[in-house]
Design a protein around this ligand. Structure first.
Ligand code: SF4
Length: 283
């Protein structure tokens, strides 16, 4: 399905509720104003009005959508899945294997998988790699975790770093506070051969940054985005500034934008008008 998420081309929601709509389980602060739950409250968009809490309803895996990946000729970036967490505790392991199998036989497509549960992603991917005799995921499968604050960064990033893959990425959205990525294990401050202090990153290939959007959005201080962009610049890490959010601040003052999500690049401060992709992208 085409999408207005600026860092991908398509969203493929391969897991749905049998009766219609979607389901997920909130897991951390970043889920508080979940856009997917809001969409699911709206039957006009195909939602079933169930909250993203309690026990999972009966779900189905769209195996036909997975099968079609292998027949797509034009290379596209697919965000799988935007409406739930495919590595949720409630998702059967064999569904995750079927998904990875479908990606494996579609090497000209790029798949972007994002989770807030990297511990399940790690063990499921390791099982899949073992069963295929591989030591690393193919380059067309990118894996990422969402980090919204220091606590989730410190917890999730060290697990993501253990996943053997070519492209690992971080989605810092909704960015809820300043995050120290040296503390979280992404960057290291080293002294170079010519005695300069250098910021080094070898393990995360891409950052996506964004403030929260939608009603009751929590504030995002543009300085938090700026600080990550500076670290990415210094360590030569590609960064994609997606949006400033609906409640952005700069220098302690509200930073108003015409776009409700603060997602129009021309409205960003000039030095933050950056939308890069990982260097290994084969398009
Ligand atoms: S993991 Fe993602 S989709 Fe699931 S509740 Fe949290 S924000 Fe929503």
């Amino acid at each position: 399905m085409s999408t207005n998420i600026s860092w991908t081309d398509l969203t493929d929601n391969i897991i749905r509720v049998k009766e219609g709509g979607w389901w997920c389980q909130k897991v951390s602060e970043g889920c508080k104003n979940c856009y997917s739950e809001k969409l699911n409250q709206n039957s006009f968009f195909g939602g079933n009005k169930q909250p993203y809490s309690g026990q999972p309803p009966e779900l189905v895996l769209d195996t036909e959508a997975i099968r079609k990946w292998g027949f797509q000729r034009k290379p596209k970036k697919h965000f799988v899945s935007s409406m739930t967490d495919v590595f949720g505790e409630w998702v059967p392991r064999f569904w995750q294997r079927e998904m990875l199998d479908g990606m494996f036989v579609a090497p000209n497509q790029i798949f972007q998988i994002l989770t807030k549960r990297p511990e399940i992603m790690l063990s499921s991917i390791n099982e899949w790699l073992d069963s295929h005799g591989l030591d690393k995921l193919p380059a067309n499968i990118w894996v990422g975790t969402s980090v919204e604050n220091q606590q989730t960064a410190d917890k999730r990033i060290p697990i993501l770093l253990q996943i053997p893959v070519v492209v690992r990425f971080l989605s810092c959205e909704p960015l809820l506070e300043e995050i120290d990525f040296i503390q979280a294990g992404v960057f290291q401050r080293l002294i170079s051969d010519n005695y300069q202090r250098e910021l080094v990153n070898e393990d995360i290939q891409w950052f996506i940054l964004g403030g929260e959007s939608g009603p009751k959005s929590r504030p995002c201080h543009i300085e938090w985005i700026e600080s990550i962009v500076n670290q990415c610049r210094e360590s030569k890490t590609p960064v994609f500034v997606k949006q400033l959010g609906a409640n952005a601040y700069l220098g302690g003052q509200r930073f108003k934008t015409c776009d409700l999500k603060g997602g129009k690049i021309e409205e960003f401060p000039e030095h933050l008008q950056i939308r890069e992709f990982p260097l290994s992208m084969h398009e």
